[in-house]
Design a protein around this ligand. Sequence first.
Ligand SMILES: [Zn+2]
Length: 64
Amino acid sequence: MPTPSCLACGQTEQDVPLVRIRFRGTEHWICTRHLPVLIHDPQRLADRFPGADGLEGAEHRDHH
Ligand SMILES: [Zn+2]
């Protein structure tokens, strides 16, 4: 079991508070600093968080 680390920045629970999330049967961790990114702009995490590109952020935004 790897050390939990933020899926956005890679910091571990030794550095920052981490929040555990589950998505499609997989467990992920994200730090409190990046939790708003997941809420508002999940597509930004798509390369590190498989399936996030299919999520709708809280704020609608056109794809660039
Ligand atoms: Zn982070």
